[in-house]
Every structure is written in structure tokens, then in C-alpha cells.
Design a protein around this ligand. Structure first.
Ligand SMILES: [Ca+2]
Length: 277
């Protein structure tokens, strides 16, 4: 199949999926301002092009192989990976953590999300998820977790967890048991977006770091459609880059439209807003 035919087929599929999943009076995915979008074809392909605007630069532990980042109240939670170096930390953003617990080898820490008094921490390929006390970070129990653990966030409005596994698929899970409740394929212009990594649930949208790029995508969880592509390149200076230092870590700042973003082995973290590119 030629590239042109393949693209056309993808476009038709995207329109069909969009129309099938949208209520008749629904807003176009990701159109936060609620502007009318003329033309169904245009609506199906409308991906906002955004960039990061830095509001504040904060220190970040350059030894942290960041795999999960999330704020709850004024507390920043971070999960780090690598067998023998994995941890979960909590404290004010940009300050030394006030609580920190190691995840013993061979466990490889991955995504985290806070559910009130507890939090979940995934592991990469240890087929285990760890539930912790959100205040002390003490381990409460371990639950079997089949497959790769990557990113995770808690979509409060739908009372479900959203998890990634490095593919283009997001899985919805029961927040108490982690049992699968459904899934959605993430597409951009009809094509799958693979490498979905650290996640953030914010308002009605999902955000995902896209490995191995400096890109963050905003996703409509109802359809899987990418509604915005956010260019987060240029945050890490060339002289700060080391092997493995990829962008990975996005945390919404509660009560604002701001986000904290950082990466693996990054010495700095950034408080940003997303603005038109
Ligand atoms: Ca996050």
C-alpha cells in the first residue's frame, strides 16, 4: 500500500472513530476554549501545536532515574528506577525530600500515583505493584501486575487508573485491585503513537511523555486521539545531557494550569505552562 493510500485510510478511520465516539453536541477533543471547529475532517486532525514556557527553574536530583512524577497538595512525589537504585520520594518541589524509601533490588521502580492516603508504585518487569502509605511511603502490600509497568495516573473523575506500557495502548484499571477495566489506542492523525511513558491525569485530559523524544502529547481518554503535541525540547542543556537522560516526568501543579517537568538524570526541573508554538 502506498504511503498516500495508507494515510488516506488512516484519515478515514480517524474520522469514523471520532464521529462514532462523540456525542452529537460534543466539543472537539482538546478544544479547551470550546471554539467551534469548522469541518469534520479538520476536527479529526486538529492537533494543537504547543511548546513549554518556563516560569521557574528548580533543582532536581541528577542521580534520579525519574519514572514517575506527581503532585498531591503541596507535595511532589517522585519514583525512580534502575535495579538497586529505585526509590520513591516525597517533599516540597525543588527541596530535599522529607520522606524517601528505597525499592530493594531486583525491583525497578516505575510510575506512581496518589489516591488520598495511599499511593501505587509500579515496577518495570518485576510483575509487581506496590501500595504505600502516602505520608510515610511505607510499603502496605504488593499486588501481581502482569506485563510491563511504565506510567500511571489516577483519573479521579472516572475513578480509574490509567497505565502505559511503552506501546500506543493505555489501560484503564480498578484503583483498588489494578484489574483491567478497558483500554484505548492512542492515535495522532489516525496513526498509533508508541512509546507512551510517564503519564499525568489533568482535568479531563491525559498527558504522556513520548519515549525517546522531547515531546509530550495531550490525549482525549474517550477516543485516544492526540489533541495537542507539546514540544519540550531545549530544557536540558547540551552540557547537562548524559546517556539515558531523556525527558520523563510530568506533574500537574494542583489548582493551576502549570506543570512540573523533568527527566532521567536531569539536574533541573521546570515549572512550565503550555503555550501555542
Ligand atoms: Ca505524572
Amino acid at each position: 500500500m502506498s504511503e498516500r493510500v495508507r494515510r488516506a485510510a488512516g484519515a478515514v478511520l480517524a474520522v469514523a472513530l471520532l464521529l462514532a465516539s462523540r456525542p452529537p453536541a460534543g466539543r472537539a477533543p482538546g478544544d479547551r476554549a470550546g471554539r467551534a471547529v469548522g469541518g469534520r475532517q479538520a476536527a479529526a486532525h486538529r492537533v494543537e501545536q504547543l511548546r513549554v514556557k518556563v516560569l521557574e527553574v528548580l533543582p532536581h536530583d541528577s542521580k534520579a532515574f525519574t519514572e514517575g512524577l506527581e503532585m498531591a497538595g503541596n507535595t511532589l512525589y517522585e519514583s525512580t528506577g534502575l535495579s538497586g537504585a529505585s526509590s520513591v520520594r516525597a517533599g516540597p518541589p525543588g527541596r530535599p525530600p522529607t520522606a524517601r524509601v528505597a525499592l530493594p533490588a531486583p525491583l525497578f521502580g516505575e510510575g506512581i500515583t496518589v489516591l488520598g492516603r495511599t499511593l501505587w508504585q509500579l515496577t518495570w518487569r518485576n510483575r509487581t505493584a506496590v501500595e504505600r502509605d502516602a505520608r510515610t511511603l511505607a510499603e502496605l502490600r504488593r499486588v501481581p501486575y502482569p506485563g510491563d509497568g511504565w506510567g500511571m495516573c489516577f483519573q479521579r473523575s472516572a475513578h480509574r487508573l490509567v497505565t502505559s506500557d511503552g506501546s500506543a495502548r493505555l489501560t484503564f484499571r480498578d484503583p483498588g485491585t489494578l484489574a483491567e477495566k478497558g483500554e484505548v489506542a492512542v492515535t495522532e492523525g489516525g496513526r498509533p503513537v508508541t512509546g507512551l511513558n510517564e503519564l499525568e491525569c489533568a482535568d479531563a485530559a491525559l498527558y504522556a511523555n513520548v519515549l525517546p523524544t522531547d515531546r509530550i502529547v495531550r490525549i482525549d481518554p474517550a477516543t485516544g486521539a492526540v489533541t495537542a503535541s507539546i514540544d519540550a525540547s531545549g530544557l536540558l542543556r547540551g552540557d547537562e545531557a548524559v546517556p539515558g537522560s531523556t525527558l520523563n516526568g510530568i506533574a500537574a501543579v494542583p489548582g493551576t494550569d502549570q506543570f512540573l517537568v523533568t527527566g532521567k538524570f536531569w539536574p533541573r526541573m521546570f515549572r512550565v505552562v503550555f503555550v501555542p508554538a
